[in-house]
Design a protein around this ligand. Structure first.
Ligand code: URA
Length: 210
């Protein structure tokens, strides 16, 4: 069974609460999401393998440790996943970026794929799939399945801002090898697949659409 990691750092919880407020403007929502993504990426990369490189300080030569950023790929589930990217790239600037376009059929709530574009050498990469909302879990399950089928990455983690218990259960059942990282697990889903209390439609709030 995959592990559910609740990232409950006080700074993350504080910003998340401010973002949830319905009166938060697009500008402040986006800014806080950026800050949160940087903090979350810091937590997610905690166990990343390091490699030795030789450097020279002003005093002498030494062997230092660096993360192999070229082997990391962030995969955004369009469109809301894009809201995570800039903030994450603050801490892993060398990461490659992939995109998966899935929309949720409003009737069935099932995901339909319309776009898939990945960096090269995916088989050698550790991948973090990002989508702010793990609601029904259907999109996340489908995105990870597409990734496994088409690219077989070395490892996959899933990062979101908010999760519903239903989404966590669905994701863990479908992909027991994929750990989930979230800032909160909310109460439930409503009949339209929205998280309660949630924060509304993440894409609309990031991009200022309705
Ligand atoms: N997607 C969103 O943007 N919000 C939800 O609450 C659920 C899915």
């Amino acid at each position: 069974m995959s592990t559910l990691h609740l990232i409950d750092h006080p700074l993350i919880q504080h910003k998340l609460t401010l973002m949830r407020r319905k009166e938060a403007s697009t500008n402040s929502f986006r800014r806080m999401l950026g800050e949160l993504s940087t903090l979350m990426a810091y937590e997610l990369t905690r166990d990343f393998p390091l490699q030795d490189i030789e450097i020279e300080t002003p005093m002498e030569k030494m062997v230092g440790k660096v993360i192999d950023g070229k082997k990391l790929a962030l995969v955004s589930i369009l469109r809301a996943g894009n809201g995570f990217l800039d903030g994450m790239l603050n801490v892993v600037p060398g990461a490659r970026i992939g995109h998966i376009g899935l929309y949720r059929d409003p009737e069935t709530l099932k995901p339909v794929e319309y776009y898939f574009k990945m960096p090269d050498n995916m088989g050698e990469r550790d991948v973090i799939v990002v989508d702010p909302m793990l609601a029904t879990g259907n999109s996340a399950v489908a995105a990870v399945q597409q990734l496994k089928d088409k690219c077989a990455p070395k490892s996959i983690k899933f990062m979101c801002l908010l999760a519903a218990p239903e989404g966590v259960k669905t994701m863990q059942a479908a992909h027991p090898d994929v750990d989930i990282y979230t800032a909160a697990v909310d109460r439930e889903l409503n009949d339209h697949g929205y998280i309660l209390p949630g924060l509304g439609d993440a894409g609309d709030r990031i991009f200022g659409t309705k």
